[in-house]
Design a protein around this ligand. Structure first.
Ligand code: R5P
Length: 258
């Protein structure tokens, strides 16, 4: 038993946190969260973390705003309880797609999210949506790192989707699509996407790539409403693909995604 580390699970990552605690042979505790009638949250760490390395695990989906606030409160609670270090693992880091002020009057929300978590000694996210911001270190003041699921996805593709062509449905996703294609030695192609609203997108194929008769595997980092993948799948069908599959890191499946 590792008596120096405590894994604390936020409400969105209980199963994962249990597995991590088991692997680390560290103690596990769920974060106790209560909500006041006016909607405020109150958290409590129910074990002694004094002098211990605390690892808080919480995905920022579903309920991104509540999950972010709960995580921030947990960081502060661990510090007040005398933790030696406070490490936050965020399997899905929300707000990363708001990585610039797109329209006058908007916030740079990725930066706000980072400031909320910056009190931690270390932040680790899995495949954060790094696009205009190239690395988490450019966003956070605290030590921040990314892990990637590319290896796991590449093994899956190699095992189940041999002889396929990997398609990134937009410029942002192509970093994942290309990396996975390269790992398994498959051809890759990129689509260009125009987004009209959060539920309306259009895609077209970039360059001369033959898809006819092939098995297309769409690779995206985030599947939210599913419209990006759905439009990419429709295009692949129109271009004669004989089969279309999709692999994604963060399956949010918002509102019974299409
Ligand atoms: C954005 O660029 C991401 O890579 C995804 O393509 C996007 O978040 C998917 O959203 P949705 O599923 O709502 O189309």
């Amino acid at each position: 038993m590792n008596h120096r580390a405590v894994v604390i699970a936020g409400g969105n990552s209980v199963q994962l946190a249990k597995k991590v605690a088991k692997r680390l042979r560290a103690s596990f505790t769920p974060l106790h969260v209560s909500r006041f009638p006016d909607g405020e949250s109150s958290v409590r760490i129910q074990v002694n973390v004094e002098g211990k390395a605390v690892i808080i695990i919480n995905a920022l989906y579903p309920q991104a705003n509540e999950a972010l606030m709960d995580t921030a409160l947990a960081i502060d609670a661990a510090k007040h309880a005398g933790a030696l270090s406070v490490n936050v693992v965020v399997p899905y880091l929300a707000y990363m797609r708001q990585d610039k002020v797109f329209n006058r009057g908007e916030s740079l929300s990725a930066g706000v999210m980072a400031r909320v978590l910056d009190d931690a000694d270390r932040v680790i996210a899995v495949d954060p949506h790094l696009h205009r911001i190239h690395q988490l270190g450019d966003l956070f003041k605290t030590r921040a790192e990314s892990m990637t699921a590319n290896g796991a996805l590449a093994s899956y593709v190699q095992k189940h989707y041999r002889n396929s062509i990997i398609v990134g449905p937009d410029a942002e996703s192509y970093q994942w699509a290309r990396a996975i294609a390269e790992q398994v030695g498959l051809q890759s192609a990129i689509l260009t996407k125009t987004r009209f609203s959060s539920t309306r997108v259009a895609v077209k194929l970039h360059g001369h790539v033959s898809i006819k008769g092939r098995h297309v595997v769409i690779v995206d980092d985030v599947l939210s409403t599913g419209h990006t993948v759905a439009e990419a799948a429709k295009l692949a069908r129109r271009l004669g693909a004989k089969r279309v599959s999709c692999v994604t890191v963060h399956g949010l499946y918002v509102d019974d995604a299409v």
